[in-house]
Design a binder for this molecule. Structure first.
Ligand code: DAK
Length: 262
């Protein structure tokens, strides 16, 4: 019997390291094992002197449709939920803290933790089919890994509010017009274009590139450390609510949730 394809595939092209999420049956939902494999691969490239830039890709139908809701539901229902969720969140932070630039190659759904993962990267090349959103409110919680902080700083309060409070999604073209992505290209070429951009970065002096990345990040992120801590406290508080249990249960049962406001 052939071995199952790995959930995260890794390859190199010259000085570019490419990491691709491959969990099609769950639209690339970001389970703990997927996030750990991503971190191992990206962290390995970050430490490898032969690599100068990275590409983080999903599948044409989904970059990632969020954190794995089934797994989060299980964690939320278990003892020590806060600690486990906190450890899980730290995985998104670690991606944002990589020293070398990461280009996200986004096609299809980039929702919830998937949108947050794309924003934890440094540049985004989107296919025409890409869809960005923070729909956590629809399952009784809120964004917990930068979706109220990074998104607001990038696209502004008005639209971020709408996305976080109603689950409104952005098309690739809208995302481009609001500065969330660097470019939009046909679905056939989004990966190639992301690799080209990474190659262009890899051709620049690596120390200058890393310093410039850290500096641009600081301009956007510095004050957001407090915002992220605030977001996290609120996020955890929602895991004590009935609506969180109802939202995730309803998703698993493929029905509309009934909100009690408790
Ligand atoms: N988790 C688990 N499975 C998922 C999933 C997800 N986020 N999204 C999709 N799937 C699974 C579906 O359950 C389905 O599996 P089967 O039923 O076939 O076994 C399969 O993928 C195909 O999905 P659909 O049948 O639903 O496909 P459709 O084309 O009809 O709809 C969709 C596509 C993307 C609109 C829909 O699947 C959907 O609404 N998915 C959920 C999107 C969402 O709500 N995302 C946000 C999740 S919450 C944290 C860190 C981060 C976060 C939170 C905490 N900490 C560490 C504390 C982030 C939270 C989130 O991301």
């Amino acid at each position: 019997m052939a071995a199952a394809a790995p959930e995260v595939a890794v390859e190199t092209e010259g000085a570019v390291g490419i990491v691709a999420i491959n969990r099609p049956a769950a639209l690339n939902a970001l389970s703990i094992s997927v996030m750990d494999a991503l971190l191992e691969a990206l962290g390995g490239f970050d430490r490898d002197p032969a690599i100068r830039a990275m590409v983080l890709a999903g599948l044409p139908r989904a970059f990632a449709a969020g954190a794995d809701i089934g797994e989060m539901k299980h964690i939320a229902d278990s003892k020590g939920a806060d600690k486990a969720l906190s450890l899980h969140l730290a995985r998104w932070d670690k991606i944002a803290l990589l020293k070398k630039p990461v280009v996200a190659a986004v096609s299809g759904f980039a929702l919830g933790g998937g949108c947050e993962l794309a924003m934890a990267c440094d540049l985004i090349v989107a296919s025409e089919t890409a869809v960005f959103g923070q729909p956590e409110v629809q399952i009784g919680v809120m964004a917990g890994a930068g979706g109220t902080q990074r998104l607001t700083k990038i696209i502004g309060q008005a639209l971020s509010m709408e996305m976080n409070l109603t689950g409104r999604r952005l098309t690739a073209r809208e995302a481009l017009s609001f500065g969330l992505v660097n470019r939009v290209v046909p679905v056939e070429s989004y990966l190639v274009e992301a690799k080209k951009l990474a190659q262009l970065i890899a051709a620049q002096p690596p120390l200058a590139v890393q310093a410039a990345k850290a500096s641009v990040r600081a301009a956007v992120d510095l004050k957001s450390s407090e915002g992220l801590a605030f977001e996290r406290r609120l996020f955890f508080s929602l895991f004590d609510t009935r609506d969180q249990k109802e939202g995730m249960k309803a998703f698993a049962e493929k029905r509309k949730p009934v909100w009690s406001g408790q």
